[in-house]
Ligand binder design. Structure first.
Ligand code: HSE
Length: 289
């Protein structure tokens, strides 16, 4: 049994903790029944625990505990293509995988709301979790969410540095309170973002990813932030933003501009260490292969 779960890019500047998009970059998880738990990880998974501290197994065991099922050990083979702690939802892929593995191994068909409740015990970020479960662009508002189509003529270019920043660290630098002026600033821009992608008015996107809640604080943790933003816009990006809690920088581009933006990002990322990936939105969330 093998499943894949998409990477996710979130926030898009003004939509902090609200906007999330599934990407066509996937982690895969293969499960084989065994006498004891074991983990093999390929790709970017060199730091992942190989025992029961592995997040997929922890989530699976928690599902068994909640639903009163006996734990059935398995051998897990992970192909890790989503770089960890880079703002691309790698841990959400593991949480979603743990829950789906439970559903299949025990024939339990939990509704999405129940799956989310369990997922939130491990990570309180619906903007990563929901698109990983259901794919597409998702607007998340606590218990309520809506998936909408992300324009097919847009691509996303990511400058992904080699170094990691944990979400905990990156949330730790944010102020706990916001002025009324800054709250209004974000509501205005997040509204523009939804209009830009639903009505196809891409001229709004640059202003729409401006924000006063998180990017200015997080940018200080990101090497070459100003240069990357400038390089993205000079090469024709429609919008440049911090992907999730960083340190990855994302650019929304029209397809014909993707090569130029990728080269422009690469010139800078080569001096920092890292890589550049051009990706598309994925309409599909977790799926069995
Ligand atoms: N919206 C969350 C944050 C995503 O920005 O902290 C964490 O991956």
């Amino acid at each position: 049994m093998k499943l894949r779960v998409p990477a996710t890019t979130t926030n898009f500047g003004s939509g902090f903790d609200t906007f999330g998009l599934a990407l066509n970059l996937y982690n895969t998880f293969e499960v084989e029944k065994a006498d004891a738990f074991g983990v093999e990880a390929e790709g970017e998974g060199e730091d992942l625990p190989r025992d029961e501290r592995n997040l997929v197994i922890k989530v699976y065991k928690r599902c068994c505990e909640i639903d009163g099922f006996e734990v059935k050990p398995f051998r897990l083979k992970q192909e890790v293509n989503v770089p960890t702690a880079r703002g691309l939802g790698s841990s959400a892929t593991a949480i979603v995988a743990g829950i789906e593995i439970f559903s299949i191994l025990h024939g339990s068909d939990l509704p999405l709301e129940e799956k989310l409740k369990i997922a939130f015990e491990f990570e309180m970020h619906p903007d990563n979790l929901l698109p990983a479960f259901i794919g597409g662009f998702v607007i998340c508002a606590d218990g309520v969410f809506k998936k909408i189509e992300f324009p097919k003529d847009l691509s996303l270019v990511f400058a992904i540095p080699d170094y990691k920043i944990s979400t905990e660290e990156s949330r730790g630098v944010l102020p706990k309170e916001l002025s009324l002026h800054d709250a209004v600033f974000n509501i205005q821009r997040a509204s523009l973002f939804v209009v830009a992608i639903t009505m196809g008015d891409y001229s709004l996107l640059r202003e729409a990813v401006e924000d006063r809640i998180h990017q200015r604080y997080r940018s200080k943790l990101i090497k070459g932030y100003d240069k990357l933003v400038k390089a993205g816009y000079s090469a024709g990006a429609l919008a440049v933003y911090i992907s999730g809690s960083g340190p990855t920088i994302g650019a929304i581009v029209e397809k014909e501009a993707s090569r130029g933006v990728a080269e422009s990002f690469a010139n800078i990322i080569d001096t920092i260490g890292g890589k550049v990936l051009t990706l598309e939105a994925s309409q599909e969330g977790v799926s069995w292969l």
